[in-house]
Design a protein around this ligand. Sequence first.
Ligand SMILES: CC(C)(COP(=O)(O)OP(=O)(O)OC[C@H]1O[C@@H](n2cnc3c(N)ncnc32)[C@H](O)[C@@H]1OP(=O)(O)O)[C@@H](O)C(=O)NCCC(=O)NCCS
Length: 190
Amino acid sequence: MSQINVHPITGRKSPTNTPPRTGWPTTLVDGASAWIRPISEQDAELELEFLNSLSPEFRSLRFLGLIREPSLDVARELTDLDPARAAGFIALTDQHGRDCQIGAAHFHINAKGDGCDCSVTVSEAWQKRGVGSSLMLRLVDAARARGVKHMRAHAPARSDGSHHLAARIGFRRRLDRRDPATVVYHLKLR
Ligand SMILES: CC(C)(COP(=O)(O)OP(=O)(O)OC[C@H]1O[C@@H](n2cnc3c(N)ncnc32)[C@H](O)[C@@H]1OP(=O)(O)O)[C@@H](O)C(=O)NCCC(=O)NCCS
């Protein structure tokens, strides 16, 4: 059912199907306002809009070359998470009174339950302003709170942003022996 969301800062109404704004207001490096909250199954349309806004080259970075055309099914996979095994956060901004997704981060817990794989993406226009760091800090906290002991991420060796972001959060880096084009990052959580 459609609902009217009221922005906690501007008080403007947003006639979208997205859940009410709960989460954390975030001031970016350049002073712009953003909003981070847990991802919800109601976010599929926002996610699809976000995926469609990324260039094909950038999408290939996000999916490590497993390029998939954005579709509602892909967006649903990224937003309808099994709470026992996964968690995710999205970063939003207000664009003319309407929610606009500018980034997302997820983790999926392994079968043993002691580790998780994570990913993070920030749209090209919003990079280097602290969105990736804010999303990753929320993700790390959420994984720790679940008792997960280590977090892993795979990134293309050519993704400068991911090297800087990973170093900033404290991940250790090694090359993937099976695939020299990929870097594996590892973070001990406890
Ligand atoms: C990696 C990514 C999420 C970073 O997002 P972001 O919002 O730009 O990150 P932040 O603004 O928080 O930046 C963190 C640090 O990295 C630096 N940085 C970000 N992008 C950079 C780039 N392309 N080149 C150099 N430095 C960069 C920032 O300046 C900042 O440095 P600081 O700690 O010295 O201040 C984004 O580049 C992205 O979506 N890349 C494609 C997908 C990907 O590779 N994801 C990672 C693997 S899953």
